[in-house]
Design a protein around this ligand. Structure first.
Ligand code: ADP
Ligand code: NA
Length: 327
């Protein structure tokens, strides 16, 4: 498509946290104005690489739809859809898996890490980067917003596109990464680690559904150090510096401007200011999410319409793939 097509996906595995929002979802929202064609998928096929309770998964899919809409994903300007409702993803994934070698997948760092944690993972966990490649290529996407941790998976998609094009003739454009400004939100309990959904400590992570009280308590208990002045020095003072960059990000100001607002405050008083800024930023998202969650029928309609539109784009591409493969 002229001007480019953006594709990205998110797993329906619970309410996103502030790191997901500032590191990814905020960019997703802004891309809607910068590209003529934008697709965002709730990638439920990916989520079953880990065990999922069916009833919970069904809820999580609708919850993620509510969350993305509340963050500003607009079905008028993007196609918001449920991956499993477009069966072309699974079929293209199979075809691409036949063009991908075992060693190529075995060397991906996420597999190395996850299989080490789990002993033996499922075949699905091993091949999910191929499904990611299929997700992207199925729409002949040109741009993919990714975090640094996903760059190697995008490189796999590029390789697979090249292998297909060499064997069967040019079909897939090479998808290029859109690296969101490397803004990392750190854990509130261990500011040397990133904020993550897998952090077991309840106080470490702010979720988009957290109440103002939850946010206040978590930020007041955030790890700082023994210096009461507020300065920005991520290496020497990771805790306080994380609060400053969090403040800057949610208030949409520079680090210098955040520091100017902190002047004269000790870290205790500054935490209240930061908490206030986070609450102010997240309030409209949380309220809209709650409103949308109450209307399950509406969410189902949004996803059904989005999935229909996605199928209309996917079907002719897959038909062409099948023809070239010889089916
Ligand atoms: P998690 O690390 O919590 O499991 P994911 O791996 O599902 O999160 O990440 C989804 C998206 O959110 C990715 O684009 C990732 O780069 C981004 N992201 C995750 N955690 C953070 C963070 N702490 N700061 C900034 N971006 C983040
Ligand atoms: Na991750």
């Amino acid at each position: 498509p002229a001007g480019g097509r953006v594709f990205s996906g998110i797993q329906p595995t619970g309410v996103p946290h502030l790191g997901n929002y500032l590191g990814a979802l905020e960019t997703w929202v802004s891309l809607q104005d910068r590209y003529p064609s934008v697709l965002y998928s709730i990638v439920d096929l990916h989520s079953i690489t880990q065990p999922q309770d069916p009833a919970q998964l069904r809820l999580n899919i609708l919850d993620m739809a509510a969350c993305l809409l509340a963050c500003g994903i607009d079905p008028q300007r993007s196609i918001l859809f449920q991956q499993s409702q477009v069966s072309e993803h699974a079929e293209l994934s199979w075809i691409l898996s036949c063009l991908t070698t075992m060693p190529r997948l075995r060397h991906l760092p996420q597999w190395k890490m996850k299989s080490k944690q789990k002993g033996e993972g499922s075949v699905g966990l091993f091949t999910y980067p191929v499904l990611q490649a299929a997700d992207i290529l199925l729409y002949r996407s040109t741009h993919v917003p990714v975090g640094e941790d996903q760059v190697q998976h995008l490189e796999l998609a590029q390789d697979v596109a090249r292998i297909f094009n060499n064997r069967y003739g040019d079909l897939f454009p090479e998808p290029r990464p859109l690296l969101s400004a490397t803004r990392k939100v750190k854990s509130l309990r261990d500011p040397t680690a990133k904020m993550s959904k897998s952090d077991p400590h309840a106080m470490a992570t702010i979720h988009l559904s957290d109440s103002p009280d939850d946010i206040m308590v978590k930020i007041r208990r955030a790890v700082t150090d023994f210096t009461s002045e507020v300065t920005y020095d991520p290496a020497a003072r990771p805790g306080v510096s994380n609060l400053v960059s969090l403040h800057a990000a949610v208030a949409m100001v520079t680090v210098e401007e955040a520091l100017a607002q902190a002047r004269g405050l000790d870290t205790g008083a500054y935490k209240l200011l930061v908490a206030d800024a986070v609450v102010t930023r997240l309030r409209p998202i949380r309220e809209e999410m709650e409103r949308l969650r109450a209307d399950r029928g509406h969410l189902e309609v949004v996803l059904a319409k989005g999935s229909q539109r996605a199928r209309e784009l996917a079907a002719p591409v897959l038909m062409e793939v099948r023809r070239r493969v010889g089916f």
